[in-house]
Design a protein around this ligand. Structure first.
Ligand code: GLP
Length: 220
Protein backbone atom coordinates (compact mmCIF):
# COMPACT_ATOMS: atom_id res chain seq x y z
CA UNK A 1 0.00 0.00 0.00
CA UNK A 2 1.24 3.45 -0.94
CA UNK A 3 0.07 6.51 0.97
CA UNK A 4 0.33 9.82 -0.85
CA UNK A 5 -0.21 12.98 1.18
CA UNK A 6 -1.05 16.04 -0.89
CA UNK A 7 -0.99 19.69 0.08
CA UNK A 8 -4.50 20.38 -1.17
CA UNK A 9 -7.45 19.13 -3.19
CA UNK A 10 -5.94 20.25 -6.51
CA UNK A 11 -2.84 18.15 -5.92
CA UNK A 12 -4.99 15.20 -4.82
CA UNK A 13 -6.87 15.42 -8.13
CA UNK A 14 -3.55 15.51 -10.01
CA UNK A 15 -2.31 12.39 -8.24
CA UNK A 16 -5.46 10.40 -9.02
CA UNK A 17 -5.36 11.68 -12.59
CA UNK A 18 -1.81 10.32 -12.92
CA UNK A 19 -2.91 6.87 -11.73
CA UNK A 20 -5.77 6.79 -14.27
CA UNK A 21 -3.49 8.05 -17.04
CA UNK A 22 -0.97 5.33 -16.28
CA UNK A 23 -3.72 2.69 -16.33
CA UNK A 24 -5.00 3.94 -19.69
CA UNK A 25 -1.49 3.90 -21.11
CA UNK A 26 -0.43 0.52 -19.70
CA UNK A 27 -3.15 -1.92 -20.71
CA UNK A 28 -4.47 -2.85 -24.18
CA UNK A 29 -8.04 -2.77 -22.93
CA UNK A 30 -7.91 -1.04 -19.55
CA UNK A 31 -10.88 -1.74 -17.29
CA UNK A 32 -11.60 1.07 -14.85
CA UNK A 33 -14.36 1.02 -12.28
CA UNK A 34 -15.10 4.28 -10.57
CA UNK A 35 -17.12 5.87 -7.86
CA UNK A 36 -18.57 9.38 -8.11
CA UNK A 37 -18.75 12.27 -5.66
CA UNK A 38 -16.90 15.23 -4.27
CA UNK A 39 -13.61 13.40 -3.87
CA UNK A 40 -13.24 12.99 -7.63
CA UNK A 41 -14.83 16.12 -9.15
CA UNK A 42 -11.37 17.58 -9.76
CA UNK A 43 -10.05 14.34 -11.24
CA UNK A 44 -12.89 14.16 -13.76
CA UNK A 45 -12.22 17.77 -14.76
CA UNK A 46 -8.58 16.92 -15.46
CA UNK A 47 -9.59 13.82 -17.43
CA UNK A 48 -12.00 15.83 -19.59
CA UNK A 49 -9.33 18.47 -20.28
CA UNK A 50 -6.68 15.92 -21.22
CA UNK A 51 -8.98 13.81 -23.42
CA UNK A 52 -10.34 16.84 -25.27
CA UNK A 53 -6.83 18.24 -25.75
CA UNK A 54 -5.89 14.94 -27.41
CA UNK A 55 -3.33 14.19 -24.70
CA UNK A 56 -5.09 11.11 -23.36
CA UNK A 57 -6.65 8.26 -25.33
CA UNK A 58 -9.77 6.61 -23.94
CA UNK A 59 -11.36 4.82 -26.93
CA UNK A 60 -9.76 1.48 -26.00
CA UNK A 61 -10.99 1.46 -22.38
CA UNK A 62 -13.84 -0.08 -20.40
CA UNK A 63 -15.63 2.01 -17.76
CA UNK A 64 -17.96 0.64 -15.12
CA UNK A 65 -19.30 2.03 -11.84
CA UNK A 66 -19.13 1.11 -8.19
CA UNK A 67 -22.70 1.86 -7.15
CA UNK A 68 -26.02 3.47 -7.98
CA UNK A 69 -28.91 4.88 -6.02
CA UNK A 70 -32.36 3.29 -6.13
CA UNK A 71 -34.11 6.10 -8.00
CA UNK A 72 -35.17 7.29 -11.43
CA UNK A 73 -32.05 7.62 -13.56
CA UNK A 74 -32.56 11.27 -14.44
CA UNK A 75 -32.60 12.45 -10.82
CA UNK A 76 -29.86 15.02 -10.14
CA UNK A 77 -28.07 12.81 -7.60
CA UNK A 78 -27.75 9.53 -9.49
CA UNK A 79 -24.43 8.04 -10.53
CA UNK A 80 -25.88 7.92 -14.05
CA UNK A 81 -26.38 11.72 -14.02
CA UNK A 82 -22.96 12.37 -12.47
CA UNK A 83 -21.10 10.23 -14.99
CA UNK A 84 -22.89 11.82 -17.94
CA UNK A 85 -22.84 15.46 -16.77
CA UNK A 86 -19.26 15.43 -15.48
CA UNK A 87 -17.62 13.00 -17.86
CA UNK A 88 -19.25 11.08 -20.72
CA UNK A 89 -21.20 14.00 -22.18
CA UNK A 90 -18.16 16.28 -22.07
CA UNK A 91 -15.51 14.14 -23.77
CA UNK A 92 -14.95 14.16 -27.51
CA UNK A 93 -13.61 10.61 -27.61
CA UNK A 94 -15.82 7.97 -25.93
CA UNK A 95 -14.75 4.78 -24.15
CA UNK A 96 -15.13 1.43 -25.90
CA UNK A 97 -17.69 0.31 -23.33
CA UNK A 98 -19.66 2.14 -20.63
CA UNK A 99 -21.50 -0.01 -18.11
CA UNK A 100 -23.72 1.65 -15.51
CA UNK A 101 -25.91 0.05 -12.88
CA UNK A 102 -29.61 0.87 -13.34
CA UNK A 103 -31.23 1.71 -10.02
CA UNK A 104 -34.58 2.60 -11.59
CA UNK A 105 -35.71 -0.93 -12.41
CA UNK A 106 -38.37 -2.77 -10.44
CA UNK A 107 -36.50 -6.09 -10.71
CA UNK A 108 -33.51 -5.32 -8.46
CA UNK A 109 -32.26 -8.91 -8.37
CA UNK A 110 -32.43 -9.05 -12.17
CA UNK A 111 -30.27 -5.91 -12.33
CA UNK A 112 -27.78 -7.35 -9.83
CA UNK A 113 -27.54 -10.52 -11.94
CA UNK A 114 -27.05 -8.48 -15.12
CA UNK A 115 -24.32 -6.30 -13.61
CA UNK A 116 -22.55 -9.29 -12.09
CA UNK A 117 -22.15 -10.56 -15.65
CA UNK A 118 -20.68 -7.18 -16.66
CA UNK A 119 -18.20 -7.34 -13.76
CA UNK A 120 -17.27 -10.91 -14.66
CA UNK A 121 -16.66 -9.92 -18.26
CA UNK A 122 -14.50 -6.94 -17.33
CA UNK A 123 -12.15 -7.68 -14.41
CA UNK A 124 -10.87 -4.37 -13.09
CA UNK A 125 -7.36 -3.10 -13.67
CA UNK A 126 -8.13 -0.03 -11.60
CA UNK A 127 -10.77 0.45 -8.94
CA UNK A 128 -11.49 4.00 -7.80
CA UNK A 129 -13.34 4.30 -4.49
CA UNK A 130 -14.23 7.10 -2.11
CA UNK A 131 -14.22 7.03 1.64
CA UNK A 132 -17.44 7.70 3.53
CA UNK A 133 -17.31 9.81 6.69
CA UNK A 134 -17.74 6.51 8.56
CA UNK A 135 -15.10 4.78 6.38
CA UNK A 136 -17.67 3.10 4.17
CA UNK A 137 -16.74 2.13 0.62
CA UNK A 138 -19.46 2.33 -2.02
CA UNK A 139 -22.49 1.63 0.12
CA UNK A 140 -20.74 -0.98 2.25
CA UNK A 141 -21.55 0.56 5.60
CA UNK A 142 -19.75 -0.43 8.84
CA UNK A 143 -20.60 -4.00 9.79
CA UNK A 144 -20.80 -5.24 6.19
CA UNK A 145 -18.97 -8.52 5.61
CA UNK A 146 -15.57 -8.29 3.90
CA UNK A 147 -16.96 -11.05 1.64
CA UNK A 148 -19.83 -8.91 0.34
CA UNK A 149 -20.68 -9.02 -3.36
CA UNK A 150 -22.87 -6.69 -5.45
CA UNK A 151 -26.00 -6.18 -3.37
CA UNK A 152 -28.81 -3.83 -2.38
CA UNK A 153 -27.64 -1.80 0.61
CA UNK A 154 -29.37 0.53 3.02
CA UNK A 155 -27.49 3.76 3.72
CA UNK A 156 -26.97 4.88 7.31
CA UNK A 157 -27.93 8.38 8.45
CA UNK A 158 -24.45 9.96 8.12
CA UNK A 159 -24.30 8.78 4.50
CA UNK A 160 -27.77 10.13 3.75
CA UNK A 161 -26.74 13.49 5.29
CA UNK A 162 -23.58 13.60 3.10
CA UNK A 163 -25.66 12.91 -0.01
CA UNK A 164 -28.11 15.66 1.00
CA UNK A 165 -25.27 18.16 1.48
CA UNK A 166 -23.41 17.36 -1.72
CA UNK A 167 -26.52 17.39 -3.90
CA UNK A 168 -28.55 20.03 -2.03
CA UNK A 169 -31.44 17.68 -1.24
CA UNK A 170 -34.03 17.64 1.51
CA UNK A 171 -34.32 14.54 3.72
CA UNK A 172 -37.46 13.55 1.77
CA UNK A 173 -35.69 13.85 -1.60
CA UNK A 174 -32.56 12.00 -0.51
CA UNK A 175 -32.05 8.41 -1.66
CA UNK A 176 -31.59 5.83 1.08
CA UNK A 177 -30.64 2.68 -0.82
CA UNK A 178 -27.98 1.76 -3.35
CA UNK A 179 -26.99 -1.19 -5.44
CA UNK A 180 -23.31 -1.41 -4.60
CA UNK A 181 -20.36 -3.56 -5.44
CA UNK A 182 -19.27 -5.50 -2.39
CA UNK A 183 -15.97 -5.31 -0.58
CA UNK A 184 -14.88 -8.59 -2.17
CA UNK A 185 -15.65 -7.16 -5.63
CA UNK A 186 -13.64 -4.02 -4.80
CA UNK A 187 -10.64 -6.02 -3.60
CA UNK A 188 -10.50 -8.04 -6.84
CA UNK A 189 -9.04 -5.16 -8.84
CA UNK A 190 -5.35 -5.13 -9.72
CA UNK A 191 -5.05 -1.69 -8.18
CA UNK A 192 -7.27 0.29 -5.85
CA UNK A 193 -7.17 4.01 -5.28
CA UNK A 194 -8.98 5.65 -2.35
CA UNK A 195 -8.89 9.45 -2.31
CA UNK A 196 -10.05 11.45 0.64
CA UNK A 197 -9.98 15.13 1.49
CA UNK A 198 -11.30 17.53 4.10
CA UNK A 199 -11.61 17.59 7.86
CA UNK A 200 -14.91 15.69 7.74
CA UNK A 201 -13.01 12.60 6.53
CA UNK A 202 -10.11 12.87 9.02
CA UNK A 203 -11.41 10.32 11.52
CA UNK A 204 -12.26 7.84 8.77
CA UNK A 205 -8.75 8.17 7.33
CA UNK A 206 -7.20 7.59 10.77
CA UNK A 207 -9.42 4.56 11.48
CA UNK A 208 -8.60 3.13 8.05
CA UNK A 209 -4.84 3.54 8.27
CA UNK A 210 -4.16 3.19 11.99
CA UNK A 211 -7.04 1.16 13.38
CA UNK A 212 -7.57 -2.60 13.31
CA UNK A 213 -8.59 -4.39 10.13
CA UNK A 214 -12.20 -4.93 11.06
CA UNK A 215 -15.61 -4.98 9.39
CA UNK A 216 -16.65 -2.02 11.55
CA UNK A 217 -14.25 -0.03 9.35
CA UNK A 218 -14.98 -1.20 5.78
CA UNK A 219 -12.02 0.68 4.28
CA UNK A 220 -9.57 -0.97 6.69
C1 GLP B 1 -21.00 7.99 -1.00
C2 GLP B 1 -21.07 7.02 -2.18
C3 GLP B 1 -19.69 6.56 -2.59
C4 GLP B 1 -18.73 7.73 -2.51
C5 GLP B 1 -18.52 8.10 -1.07
C6 GLP B 1 -17.71 9.36 -0.85
O1 GLP B 1 -21.92 7.64 -0.01
N1 GLP B 1 -21.90 5.86 -1.98
O2 GLP B 1 -19.74 6.01 -3.88
O3 GLP B 1 -17.50 7.40 -3.07
O4 GLP B 1 -19.74 8.14 -0.36
O5 GLP B 1 -18.36 10.48 -1.39
P1 GLP B 1 -17.68 11.92 -1.44
O6 GLP B 1 -16.45 11.80 -2.26
O7 GLP B 1 -18.71 12.82 -2.08
O8 GLP B 1 -17.38 12.32 -0.04
Amino acid sequence: MKIIKTKDYAELSQEVFKVIKETLETYDEPSINTTTGASYDGTFELLVQAINAGELKIAHSIWTNLDEYIAERDKSFTVYTYMHKKFYDLIKEKPKYIGLIDGSVSDIQGEIDRYNEVLKKYPRDLQIVGLGVNAHLGANEPGTSFDSRLFLANSVESTIQSTMQYHGLTREEAPTQMITMGLADIMEANHNVVASSGVRKAQAVRDTLEGPIHEDCPAS
